[in-house]
Design a protein around this ligand. Structure first.
Ligand code: GDP
Ligand code: MG
Length: 166
């Protein structure tokens, strides 16, 4: 099994921390799946039974900037080409304009989108439930996975869940 995964989300939600935790190597890609040149490989996780290739999604990381139609199209097309999208949000902050911008961009995407709620080490379980509820209405997420990228809580489980979609 192999597949492409894109992590999207506002700045500072923990995307790099997550990538740094999970990525073992940046070596040659064994996947035979087609990949367009505009998709930058951020790292590859090779496990016994699967390979996950994390790719960058151009354009979607700058919700503050006014994006042209072209960049929006590129971002949307990239999202269609991956196998799983991880939409990462910060458990310590209420849903904001930046998050809603990204949710709007997702529209009705054929690609399964996981809501990854990061930094759960910093919130009370009741707060986490409230955060989950606030996002649930916004989009029909394939999975909702709370994690702590920093401490590693639930990261294994997230990777296992991703594998079931490849
Ligand atoms: P990015 O902009 O989405 O790539 O976010 P970074 O990975 O650079 O993280 C932004 C800040 O959040 C850094 O100071 C991280 O150490 C911190 N951070 C990331 N993940 C967690 C987490 O799970 N728990 C806590 N407490 N802090 C985190
Ligand atoms: Mg980063």
């Amino acid at each position: 099994k192999s597949g492409f995964i894109s992590i999207i989300g506002r700045p500072n939600v923990g995307k790099s921390t997550f990538l740094n935790r999970v990525i073992g190597q940046k070596i040659a890609i064994m996947s035979d799946k087609p990949q367009t040149t505009r998709n930058k490989v951020q790292g590859v996780l090779t496990l016994e039974s699967s390979q996950m290739i994390f790719i960058d999604t151009p354009g979607i990381h700058k919700p503050k900037h006014k994006l042209g139609d072209f960049m929006l199209k590129v971002a949307k097309n990239t999202l269609r080409e991956v196998d799983v999208i991880l939409f990462m949000v910060n458990a310590t902050e209420p849903i904001g304009k930046g998050d809603e911008f990204i949710i709007d961009l997702l529209e009705k995407n054929e690609t399964p989108i996981f809501l990854v709620i990061n930094k759960i080490d910093q919130v009370h379980p009741d707060e986490l439930i409230a955060i989950i509820e606030s996002y649930k209405d916004k989009y029909d997420f394939a999975e909702i996975v709370p994690i702590s990228a920093l401490q590693g809580n639930n990261v294994e489980r997230l990777l296992e869940t991703i594998q079931t979609y490849l």
